[in-house]
Unconditional design. Structure first.
Length: 281
């Protein structure tokens, strides 16, 4: 287990002292917890206690992350899931959990462990059993998967790679702003784990989709997402709908993988908020 940061300890203390229902936000690759700042405020304004924990060793700022990228290396899906489980275990109330990309995968893993009162997975990375492999997804992952040595490295995206994988559905000037504001290096290991999940029975990239204590779940897909196209998100939904709990799917039209941080973030946040409000007060 990794030690909690001062910021995580502060967020936990504030959430528990508030006696409000917590909402835990989980970021994905190439982003930091700060990418959830506007979302956290929306949920706080609607009576929830928002927490955006780190992946282990996340720097505090984008500038620090880009200056010292090696801190991201060798972070695995299992290690990060266990870290978030430790944070959630210290909450007085079971939280709603909202994740994007690999954060959406982690949110589903935690839901399968019974750690979530309601779950929203936004453009979630695939888990074992999810079979579609669109060409655009392969191209988006190629900056990492193209070199086997990247499994043990932290890998940054060039602007052109970010533009294709994240910001393909926004104007050029906005894409550049998003890249400068949010993009950081990411560990290569999770992508290699996801790429081999269907070949590895012992993979950490697996979800207990039939867990009786999974709780309600919403999967959101951006219509124009290159990194996690609808085929992947909907295949995850088809796996999850076998659960006895409520399972829903929503598509946000005209949106790419940057849908949680681009100019239309509020539409996605409100979609997630409406779902959470139905089940967790």
């Amino acid at each position: 287990m990794t030690a909690l940061t001062k910021q995580e300890s502060r967020q936990l203390a504030q959430a528990n002292a508030s006696n409000r229902t917590p909402v835990v936000f989980i970021h994905g690759l190439w982003l930091l917890p700060s990418s959830w700042q506007r979302w956290a405020q929306v949920f706080e304004d609607h009576g929830y206690a928002a927490l955006a924990p780190d992946w282990p060793d996340d720097p505090e700022t984008v500038q620090q992350a880009n200056a010292n990228p090696d801190v991201f290396a060798n972070k695995t899906v299992g290690q990060v899931a266990d870290h978030y489980a430790e944070v959630i275990d210290r909450l007085d109330h079971k939280p709603a959990v909202i994740g994007h990309s690999f954060g959406g995968l982690l949110a589903q893993i935690l839901a399968g462990r019974g750690a979530s009162a309601a779950t929203v997975a936004i453009d979630p990375a695939p888990f074992r059993g999810v079979l579609p492999l669109p060409i655009s997804s392969l191209r988006s992952a190629s900056p990492v998967l193209g070199n086997p040595a990247n499994r043990h490295r932290a890998v940054p995206l060039t602007y052109e790679q970010f533009r294709y994988g994240f910001a393909n559905a926004v104007p050029e000037d906005e894409a550049k702003e998003l890249y400068d504001t949010y993009a950081v290096p990411a560990p290569g290991a999770p992508l290699f784990q996801a790429a081999t999940a269907n070949l590895n029975p012992w993979t950490e990239v697996k979800v207990k989709t039939k867990a009786s204590n999974r709780g309600p779940m919403l999967i959101i897909s951006g219509e124009k997402d290159h990194t996690v196209p609808r085929a992947i998100s909907h295949a995850s939904y088809e796996k999850q709908r076998r659960n006895q709990g409520v399972t829903e799917f929503a598509q946000i039209l005209g949106r790419g993988h940057a849908l949680t941080i681009d100019h239309g973030w509020r539409e996605v946040a409100d979609t997630a908020l409406s779902f959470v409000q139905r089940f967790v007060k």
